[in-house]
Design a protein around this ligand. Structure first.
Ligand SMILES: *Cc1c(COP(=O)(O)O)cnc(C)c1O
Length: 383
């Protein structure tokens, strides 16, 4: 038997309580019974998004939420900016191009955050730009982009800021209303401790206004229709009933029991401990300057095949990390800290990394990274 630890940046571990809530016999969705659960989940999502606006629940993976932002707000030929500093930034560009938007890409070196000055320059040169698409946390490169700074630029202009917050919402403080984000998207399988299958999308008042003039076709992801139904505590189509029941449980854990601020601190601490471990092991970080608290990318020691290391840890030792994609393939591991992850997940992750590196021939000093992580985790030892 191998005991498994899921420590990749999505899907993330689902607490037993949430699994059990979802294992109950199905109830029908057009009932007062379901509507009560839906209403509770709806309220909790507003707290998670830190918004007064409605947060829509779509039966889709995160990408469905991303696509809905494009089709509900724009018209063919609209000019937009995409920040492309990794696989998910690239995805914004692909969706927007597919729907006939004119895309200006800001290419960002992998491992770096976008410079707000680069966005400002483009906006000054091209006042016709109507939207900026960015990731809050670019999971493929483990970078955090400066969304608050970008929002300062878009708020003053007729230009919407659309943020993929899929590994940010519920991980660290990203107050949608206070910062002036126009569209914020997340998915169920990351910080919200659920299986994949729900996308969550919230729009600012000016983004809702924009949906009225947007000409792109949409049917399943018609956000205005979805909002009308949400007001009646239901959904336009059959909702992912079990996932929404699980969501209510996960939100109770996160908001009522732990508290959002504590959850942010817990996840940030796992990230800090992991970075300290990498330093102690003389391993380089993928994003040393703007590291995401959701996941830490670490270059494996030279001479070690990262792909083989990740497969070995997963298949033989039961510890699942993510590897690298594209130009980072085989070169890095990504250890996740988001969702239902605590101190001993981090200790396990670092111990497994050390043993795996040793197994692949690198003279890793066993315990050095673990000790460095423990030092960070000691700072929050409970009374
Ligand atoms: C996981 C993730 C997505 C989601 O994609 P799906 O596979 O469609 O759920 C999108 N953006 C980021 C930044 C992610 O981490």
């Amino acid at each position: 038997m191998i005991k498994n630890y899921l420590l990749a940046p999505g899907p993330t571990p689902v607490p037993a309580r949430v699994l059990l809530a979802m294992a109950q016999p199905l109830i029908h969705h057009r009932t007062p019974q379901f509507s009560r659960i839906f209403a509770e989940a709806k309220q909790g999502l507003k707290e998670i998004f830190q918004t007064e606006q409605d947060v829509l629940m779509l039966a889709a993976s995160g990408t469905g939420g991303m696509e809905s932002a494009v089709t509900n707000l724009f018209s063919p030929g609209d000019e937009v900016v995409v920040v492309n500093g990794g696989k998910f930034g690239e995805r914004w560009g692909k969706i927007a191009s597919k729907y006939g938007l004119k895309v200006d890409e800001i290419k960002v070196e992998w491992g770096q955050a976008v410079r707000p000055a680069a966005i400002q320059k483009l906006l000054d040169e091209k006042p016709q730009i109507r939207g900026i698409f960015v990731q809050a946390s670019e999971t493929s490169t483990t970078v955090v982009h400066p969304v608050e700074e970008i929002a300062k630029l878009t708020r003053k202009r007729d230009c919407l800021l659309i943020v993929d917050g899929i590994t940010a919402v519920g991980v660290y403080d990203i107050p949608m209303d206070r910062w002036g984000i126009d569209v914020l998207v997340t998915g169920s399988q990351k910080a919200l401790m659920l299986p994949p299958g729900l996308a969550f999308v919230a729009l600012s008042p000016r983004a809702w206004e924009k949906t009225k003039s947007s000409k792109l076709p949409r049917f399943y992801f018609d956000l205005a229709k979805e909002r009308e139904n949400l007001a009646k505590d239901t959904t336009a189509w059959t909702p992912a009933i079990s996932l929404i029941i699980g969501l209510r449980e996960a939100l109770a854990m996160l908001l009522k029991e732990e508290g959002l601020t504590n959850a942010f601190a817990r996840q940030a601490r796992q990230a800090a401990a992991t970075r300290a471990a990498a330093n102690a092991l003389d391993l380089k970080l993928v994003a040393p300057d703007a590291p995401s608290p959701a996941t830490t990318g670490i270059f494996v020691a030279s001479g070690v095949d990262g792909g083989k290391l990740v497969a070995y840890l997963r298949d033989k030792m039961g510890v699942t990390f993510a590897g690298g994609q594209d130009q980072l393939k085989g070169k890095i591991v990504r250890i996740a800290h988001l969702g239902y992850v605590g101190a001993f997940d981090t200790v396990t992750a670092i111990a497994a990394l050390e043993m795996g590196l040793r197994k692949f021939g690198h003279p890793t000093p066993l315990g050095r990274g673990v000790g460095a992580a423990q030092e960070v985790l000691m700072s929050a030892l409970p009374e």
